[in-house]
Design a protein around this ligand. Structure first.
Ligand code: ADP
Length: 345
């Protein structure tokens, strides 16, 4: 068996999103045999632990295994960005979590998305860039501040398998910071450059609400893989979410999808779900703007208790709301993979 024969076999592996075989799509970086007759295949896959890419890799193993080959897989996509231009050279995917206005559950989604990805097995960083109201450390019960090293870099504390950084560690959650644009830019860039993140599969960034200086700094300096937009089902919230969409559109940043929060009230007494803010708003919005709805989360008192006590609800196995967040984490990872494979092919 030679490289061409292996390549032919790989034509049997189909990418369900880009709808073609992985060879035609240019998703096979290389095929090499070593002395022990093991074939090393490097695939251009970009979203580690995403269900779709895991299935593609499994299929590759299966097809080559059935042909009697020992297989070793690796996955890598080299984006077209010069190494020295990269803000996060060791971060595979940057996911920005945004909302049009405050109070819709953006931080809650960011925390549960990050914890959900970590729970899938990924290495994850959670960067709380909400400099005006940083509350991520409280939500994940992290009271250890980052440690400073001798070369004046910061080692982020870890919680639930996520590396954390937040302005709250530096100024305290209850001290409002009034900064103008240039200061915001300076503090943010310093915060992400001076932190020892190490290699990360995903960096989740919790943005402040709206379309201000932080968003501008981020979109101008960080290669964001895609944004997740959090909204509630009401029309006013959706109007604000639309502005967020326009902002990402202007910077050519893909939107991975919409997370609809507070869609109905899950009543702990009767077990039923009551629509409070109307229903189907997130789905219609996603349809009209031709983007995926990642999922809907009900109002569930357990989300807030989880947020207050520190354990993200996504980690609760037998919990429907936790399952809704797990679904969102998987979809977001799948869609990040689509963005990256599409660029490669
Ligand atoms: P934002 O970041 O958009 O300002 P937060 O994530 O801080 O919003 O959420 C605001 C409040 O609402 C928090 O107390 C949070 O625990 C609560 N919350 C968010 N989503 C839900 C939900 N689905 N069910 C119940 N409470 C929620």
């Amino acid at each position: 068996m030679d490289q061409d024969a292996v390549r032919d076999l790989l034509r049997e592996v189909h990418d369900p999103d880009l709808d073609d075989d992985i060879v035609t799509l240019n998703l096979v970086n290389g095929i090499e045999f070593d002395d022990d007759d093991t074939v090393h295949v490097s695939l251009a896959l970009g979203a580690p632990y995403s269900p779709t890419e895991t299935a593609i890799a499994d299929k590759v193993r299966q097809v080559l295994g059935e042909a009697g080959l020992d297989v070793e897989l690796s996955a890598r996509i080299d984006d077209d960005i010069e190494a020295e231009e990269q803000v996060f050279p060791n971060v595979e995917n940057v996911i920005a979590v945004a909302s049009g206005k405050g109070g819709v559950g953006k931080s809650t989604v960011a925390v549960n998305l990050a914890a959900g990805l970590a729970d899938m097995g990924a290495s994850v960083g959670l960067f709380d860039a909400d400099i005006y109201g940083p509350n991520v450390p409280r939500m994940v019960d992290a009271d250890e501040p980052p440690q400073a090293t001798e070369d004046e870099t910061l080692v982020p504390p870890e919680q639930y398998g996520m590396k954390l950084m937040s302005m709250a560690f530096l100024v305290g959650e209850d001290d409002p910071v009034i900064w103008r644009g240039p200061m915001v830019h300076k503090v943010l860039t310093q915060l992400w450059e001076d932190v020892e993140w190490g290699h990360l599969d995903y960096m989740v960034i919790d943005l402040p609400p709206g379309t201000g200086d932080t968003q501008l700094t981020l979109l101008q300096t960080v290669p964001v893989t895609g944004a997740v937009i959090v909204t509630t089902p009401q029309d006013v919230a959706l109007d604000d979410a639309r502005k967020g969409l326009e902002m990402f559109g202007k910077h050519d940043t893909p939107v991975l999808g919409i997370a609809e929060n507070m869609a109905g009230f899950k009543c702990p007494d009767c077990g039923g779900t009551h629509d409070i803010f109307g229903s189907g708003g997130g789905e219609r919005f996603a349809d009209v703007h031709d983007m995926p709805l990642l999922g809907s989360i009900p109002i569930d008192p357990a989300v807030r208790t989880g947020g207050d006590s520190g354990e993200p609800i996504v980690l609760e196995e037998d919990n429907e709301t936790g399952a809704a967040f797990r679904h969102i984490a998987r979809e977001a990872a799948n869609n990040a993979g689509i963005v990256r494979r599409r660029r490669q092919s």
